[in-house]
Structure formats: structure tokens, C-alpha cells
Design a protein around this ligand. Structure first.
Ligand code: ACO
Length: 432
């Protein structure tokens, strides 16, 4: 049954179609609103604006549900790996054993960077922020097309399959090299014998004279962190990838722009901000009560980083999984981190405080991810880069979906102008 909504404005009533998603989500289709009424909608921050119709990720923020291609995040966290989940997001279903084996081969094949990349890395100052390097280098991949004599992919999706696999593979090499550059260390080539995550850790931490072989616990923990970040529907960075992609910019340019959007502390940069906050609280000897009091005072300029979410208004299912994982990983590795205790106390106090309850502020994915990454030896300035590696499959899947139906529409919002009305140009000698 088709559903409609009516809108009355200036004595005239129009009927607008209501679109229903497969989970019963409803949206008012206003695509003809302006043509029929002269009105536009105003929604700063797009909190109530659906920018696309998508089959990739479902979130119910009230119920704390997150599913990739219909599969609950809890099941993927338990049974899947980051590379399998990447395939699922990008290609729409779980891969067969043969498809997954082929994917892993191609990821290994694409891991090395063209030697000319080294010159680009060397141009950065030693302490350049790794997110700046990552964004620049992802964009630079556009300048290095695949060689025409490379073995052709064996799936029907052909060129896109290979390009997207190349990006998923190379982003981890670029990430590791950006860290090596920031430390003034020599670059370590990928090892074709190592799988995706172990290979990344090898490129990060091996020395020319000593190979770093990560323990299975560390590999599993990083797998989980990356998998939980792999997509989150139309968040700030994904929307950026879609906006850039909407102008027919290529996949690499679109994902490089998404890296920039992810960098900020209100989005992916929150994982660094959380750790810095926990350190400050710990080193400053602040109690959980004092910290919560500060966070509630709008004049203090202090927010509880890793708390609150635009979409989740009950709990973030990724935070629940990571809280449990933090306990397990730290236990397995024998790491005692006082910051984990600080985080637990903050969470406990905040969750029973009316300010946080009324505003529906709960720990988000970033609250515990930093503690896990710290425990497995990832340096703080690489946290947001890790998020970017994790989110890459999501950006790619969304870019692909946007281009798939052949109806690409350039993103071009409107505005309500509140500036000067017509004003005459004043020659410079008449200006005061
Ligand atoms: N600490 C204290 N107060 C907060 C927090 C917080 N972390 N988050 C929101 N609030 C308060 C605001 O001050 C505001 O209060 P008011 O109504 O009295 O003015 C109210 O809650 C609503 O906050 P908004 O900023 O309007 O909520 P919005 O949905 O726009 O923002 C956001 C969501 C950006 C995530 C916000 O909660 C925040 O800044 N959190 C901390 C940063 C963070 O953890 N970001 C990571 C998000 S998850 C991700 O990107 C992976």
C-alpha cells in the first residue's frame, strides 16, 4: 500500500509520497517540494535528512542495532574477520571459500607500493600528522594506475573488484609507512607470507634486522577493532565520500576526502581525544565525579570524549563489544592499564547521571577502542589512521552503490541566505 503525507502551506495542500525501508523506516520524499511549493527544507547537520537509499548497513539507534548487509554486528564480531567483512560490505554477500581465498591472494598481491611512492613520503616532515599523509597518499594512488599486464581478476565485477581490492590492500601499507616516516624509521616491505593484519603489524614494527611477528591475540584484537569500524551508513566521512563521488571524482579522490572528514575530534579523531582525556584525568588526579561535573558545565569547554552519538540514543553495540574485548585483551596480554579503570569509573558515573540520561549520552565505539589499541602497541597518533583502515570497506561499498544504478546525481544542497540584500559597490576612496 502506498502511503502519503499532506503538507499545507499558504492555503495550498500538496500530497508527498512516503518511502518505507525494509525495516519499516519511513521517509517523506521531498524531491519535488521546491518545484511544487517554492519551499526548501532546513536541516543543519542533516540530522533528519536521508541523502540516499541504501542496502549496505542498517542501524536502529533507539534499539542499539547495527547490521552489515543484514548480519548483526555481534555475529560478525564473533565469527568473521576484517577481510571477509570487507568483502561482504563491498560485494553484498558473504564470500565463498574460493572467493575469499582469491580475495586474500589479491590483497597480498597489491600490498607493495610503487617505488616512486617513497619520494612522496620523504617529502613530508618527520613529525607530519599520519592522517594528513594518509589522505595525501590515498589520493596519490590515482596517479599510479595498475599495470596493464597485471593478472586479470577472475570475478565478473572485473575492474572495480581489482581497484577496490588494491585500495583496501594499499591503505594498510600507506598507513604503516606514514608511521615509519613519522618515526624517522626505514620502510619495511610487505611479507607475502603474512595475512592482512599480521602483515600490517610487520610493516609497522619490524626492523631491517628483526621481523616482528604479532601474537594471535594481538591479530584477533585488531581484527575486531577494524571489523567494528567497517561501515556505519551515512556518517560524516561516508557522506563526504559520497558527496565527492557524486561529481564523478574517482574512488581514490573520494576516499582521500573521507579521510579528511574522519580526522576531526567529533568523528574519528575522538579515539585520540578519549585517550588524551583519560590520561589528563589520570595524571591530574581528577576523580570521576569531578570529570563528570566539568563535562556537564557548558562553560568548561570540556566534553566527555567517546560519549554521545548522533544516531545511537540507547547504547552503541560496538562499544558493548569493545568493553568486553578490552577486559579480555588486557587480561590475555597481561597488561595492567590504569586508564581502563578510569574509563570504567567514568562510564559508571555518567550512566547514572541525569544530565547524561536525559540527553541519551552513552559510550560510543571510541570510548574503549583506544585502550585496546594502546594495549596492542598501536601508538596514539595512529589511532585515527586505524579507524580509516577499518572504515575503508564502508567508503568503497557506499561509493560503489552510489555509482551502481547509473543515476548518479551531484550533491548540491541549498541554503537560506541571511546576508545583505542588494548592496552597491563602493569605490575604495569612499569607504570608511
Ligand atoms: N559530553 C558532554 N555533553 C555532551 C556530550 C559529551 N560527550 N555530547 C553531547 N553533549 C551534550 C551537548 O552539550 C548538548 O547539551 P545541551 O542540549 O544542553 O546543549 C546535548 O548533549 C546534545 O549534543 P549535540 O552536540 O547537539 O549532539 P550531536 O548529536 O550533534 O553530536 C556528538 C553528537 C558530536 C558525537 C557529540 O555527542 C560529541 O561531541 N561527543 C564527543 C565526541 C565523540 O565521542 N565523537 C565520536 C562520535 S562516534 C564516531 O564518530 C565514531
Amino acid at each position: 500500500m502506498t502511503r502519503n503525507a499532506t503538507l499545507t502551506f499558504d492555503g495550498r495542500t500538496i500530497v508527498l509520497p512516503v518511502i518505507e525501508g525494509s525495516e519499516g523506516e519511513l521517509a517523506l520524499d521531498i524531491s519535488e517540494l521546491r518545484a511544487r511549493t517554492g519551499l526548501i527544507t532546513l536541516d543543519p547537520g542533516y540530522g533528519n535528512t536521508g541523502a540516499c537509499i541504501s542496502k549496505i548497513t542498517f542501524i536502529d539507534g533507539e534499539k542499539g542495532i547495527l547490521r552489515y548487509r543484514g548480519i548483526p554486528i555481534e555475529q560478525l564480531a564473533k565469527h568473521s574477520t576484517f577481510t571477509e567483512t570487507a568483502w561482504l560490505l563491498i560485494h553484498g554477500r558473504l564470500p565463498t571459500r574460493t572467493e575469499l581465498a582469491h580475495y586474500r591472494d589479491r590483497l597480498t598481491y597489491h600490498a607493495p607500493l610503487h617505488e616512486a611512492f617513497k619520494h612522496h613520503f620523504e617529502g613530508f616532515l618527520v613529525d607530519a600528522p599520519p592522517m594528513a599523509i594518509l589522505s595525501a597518499m590515498v589520493n596519490t594512488l590515482s596517479c599510479f594506475p595498475r599495470h596493464s599486464n597485471e593478472a586479470q581478476p577472475t570475478t565478473e565485477e572485473g575492474e572495480f573488484y581489482e581497484e577496490s581490492t588494491r585500495l583496501i590492500s594499499k591503505v594498510r601499507t600507506i598507513a604503516a609507512y606514514s608511521y615509519r616516516r613519522s618515526m624517522g624509521l626505514p620502510f619495511i616491505y610487505p611479507d607475502p607470507k603474512l595475512p592482512y593484519i599480521a602483515n600490517f603489524l610487520h610493516m609497522m614494527f619490524s626492523m631491517p634486522y628483526e621481523q616482528h611477528i604479532a601474537s594471535p591475540e594481538v591479530v584477533d584484537a585488531l581484527n575486531l577493532v577494524l571489523l567494528l569500524h567497517a561501515d556505519h551508513e551515512q556518517n560524516c566521512s561516508t557522506s563526504t565520500a559520497r558527496v565527492v563521488g557524486s561529481s564523478q571524482a574517482n574512488l581514490f579522490a573520494s576516499c582521500a576526502a573521507a579521510v579528511g572528514a574522519l580526522w576531526g575530534p567529533l568523528h574519528g579523531g575522538a579515539n585520540v581525544a578519549v585517550l588524551e582525556m583519560l590520561e589528563q584525568i589520570h595524571e591530574g588526579g581528577l576523580s570521576a565525579e569531578q570529570s563528570i561535573k566539568l563535562a556537564k558545565d557548558p562553560k568548561s569547554g570540556f566534553r566527555l570524549m567517546g560519549f554521545g552519538h548522533r544516531v545511537y540514543k540507547n547504547f552503541d553495540p560496538r562499544a558493548v563489544i569493545l568493553k568486553e574485548a578490552a577486559d579480555k585483551v588486557l587480561g590475555q596480554l597481561g597488561v595492567k592499564d590504569p586508564l581502563l579503570d578510569v574509563a570504567r569509573q567514568l562510564e559508571e558515573k555518567a550512566l547514572s547521571d541525569p544530565f547524561f540520561i536525559d540527553r541519551k549520552l552513552y559510550p560510543n565505539v571510541d570510548f574503549y577502542s583506544g585502550i585496546i589499541m594502546r594495549a596492542i602497541g598501536i601508538p596514539t597518533n595512529m589511532f585515527t589512521v586505524m579507524f580509516a583502515i577499518g572504515r575503508m570497506p564502508g567508503w568503497i561499498a557506499q561509493w560503489k552503490e552510489q555509482h551502481a544504478d547509473g543515476k548518479l546525481k551531484i550533491a548540491r544542497p541549498r541554503q537560506i541566505y541571511i546576508g545583505n540584500r542588494r548592496t552597491e559597490y563602493l569605490p575604495i576612496d569612499q569607504r570608511k
